[in-house]
Design a binder for this molecule. Structure first.
Ligand code: GAL
Length: 444
């Protein structure tokens, strides 16, 4: 039997990603905790509660990540713990984060720290949160404090996780706090988030010149529902512009986000040392004359595609390849800062993983400078408005008992991390049905 190997570059980072509120537990002092207490906000009526108990014992899961051969982990720190009241900083919280980062390093795991992953301290939310321009300065002050305390333990920073998703879900879709539906406000929020990102970028470099700083940017492949329809094509381009490009244009060219915005802010321009890509799915875009509120467009999942649990997304690995090729034009290193699938019984994840890793490998062969991959997620965790209904973990978690059980994808991913490669052996063991697609051969 001939053996094949898709090698990844030496020094490639292999890890998983998590966020504070989704795994720590008892984050009682932020806007999400308050939101979870309101009836009807969370699909299954569940709450983050103890989550994965990381505030007390993240280290047990760090051990599991290390045993899987992971050499990197992306986690976030919780503003509401570090600055529980305005201008009052909690050294004990920062000590706990220092302990976690040291714990990762001791296990040979390089941390990537996200400074803002969707949650806001209650005191900030009460001042209008991201609608309030003053939040930009408050964020800068928090970043200065947090980075000063942690910089000797962290080199890779994400300022803000998915500004586009936060602005969209909180102010357009209204399914996340503060639950508004106002397009103009969502654009204002996006502008403030991008200004805050730029301030953070400059502050981090002032404190730590060698730091690598970026945004974790969620991108979706938008394709016209009917490729022959000029109107669908216009809408697909519009969705791409609003969701994918505004953030890229802001951090690269300094263009202030907006529907018709041409203002260039020099402080924004070039505020990234790498691009973090969070990729999950493709969506189809269609013209819809009855939807002026959504700019005469709607999007939906490909009804003929392979959909994941809860119709969260379509499995579309080619999208990862296409986005990486597109991001290569920016000439900066790229990390896949999130990629994953909700799949409680793990009947799709092995194939999802192999096909996405192969798509990434293909991009790397074409000189796309991808430096690492962080699978979402290490453990099942609190999935925002979807509560505990969507299970993204390589390791299954029972939030009641805190029991862990690795899914079979955990073994698959561990083999890739340890080998720094995707081998025919791994594919035969876990997803023999993909052999032909991957290597152009079949066994039988
Ligand atoms: C991302 C987000 C994560 C996680 C994931 C799965 O958009 O950054 O927090 O929830 O999606 O839906």
């Amino acid at each position: 039997m001939v053996e094949f190997t898709f090698h990844f570059p030496s020094g490639f980072l292999w890890g998983t990603a998590t966020s504070s509120h989704q795994v720590e537990g008892d984050n009682t002092n932020n806007d999400w905790w308050r939101w979870e207490q309101e009836p009807g906000r969370i699909r299954d009526g569940s709450r983050s509660g103890r989550a994965c108990d990381w505030w007390r014992n993240a280290e047990a899961d760090f051990d599991r990540a290390a045993a899987m051969g992971q050499n990197a982990h992306r986690l976030s720190i919780e503003w509401s713990r570090i600055e529980p009241r305005e201008g009052v900083f909690d050294d004990a919280a920062l000590d706990r984060y220092r302990e976690m980062l040291r714990g990762l390093r001791e296990r040979g795991i390089e941390p990537m720290v996200t400074l803002h992953h969707f949650t806001n301290p209650l005191w900030l939310a009460e001042q209008g949160g991201w609608e309030n321009p003053l939040t930009v300065e408050r964020f800068e002050r928090y970043v200065r404090h947090a980075v000063s305390a942690l910089k000797d333990l962290c080199r890779l920073w994400c300022t803000i996780n998915e500004p586009n998703v936060l602005a969209y879900m909180g102010w357009n879709e209204g399914k996340w706090p503060p639950g508004k539906r106002d397009f103009g406000l969502s654009m204002q929020v996006l502008r403030h988030l991008m200004r805050a990102h730029a301030r953070a970028y400059h502050v981090i470099h002032e404190l730590q010149p060698e730091a690598q700083v970026g945004i974790a940017h969620n991108m979706v492949i938008f394709e016209p529902a009917h490729p022959a329809s000029p109107l669908d094509r216009v809408i697909a381009r519009l969705h791409d512009r609003m969701f994918n490009r505004l953030v890229l244009d802001a951090m690269a060219a300094g263009r202030e986000p907006g529907l018709f915005s041409f203002r260039i802010l020099t402080a924004l321009r070039g505020t990234y040392d790498f691009i973090g890509l969070n990729y999950y799915t493709r969506r189809l875009s269609a013209f819809d004359r009855r939807s002026p509120a959504t700019l005469f467009g709607r999007t939906f999942l490909n009804p003929h595609g392979e959909l994941s649990d809860g119709e969260y997304g379509e499995v579309f690995p080619e999208g990862l390849y296409l986005l990486l090729k597109r991001l290569a034009r920016y000439g900066k290193p790229i990390y896949v800062t999130e990629n994953g699938i909700p799949d409680a019984d793990d009947d799709q994840r092995p194939r999802f993983l192999v096909r996405h890793l192969h798509a990434m490998w293909r991009a790397i062969q074409q000189n796309v400078p991808v430096r690492g991959y962080f699978h979402w997620s290490l453990v099942d965790n609190f999935e925002w408005a979807e509560g505990w209904t969507l299970r993204f973990g390589l390791i299954e978690v029972d939030p009641e008992t805190q029991a862990r059980r690795p899914r079979r994808s955990a073994d698959l991913y561990a083999e890739v991390c340890r080998a720094n490669a995707l081998t025919s052996e791994t594919i035969i063991r876990h997803t023999p049905e993909l052999l032909e697609e991957m290597f152009g051969i079949s066994i039988g």
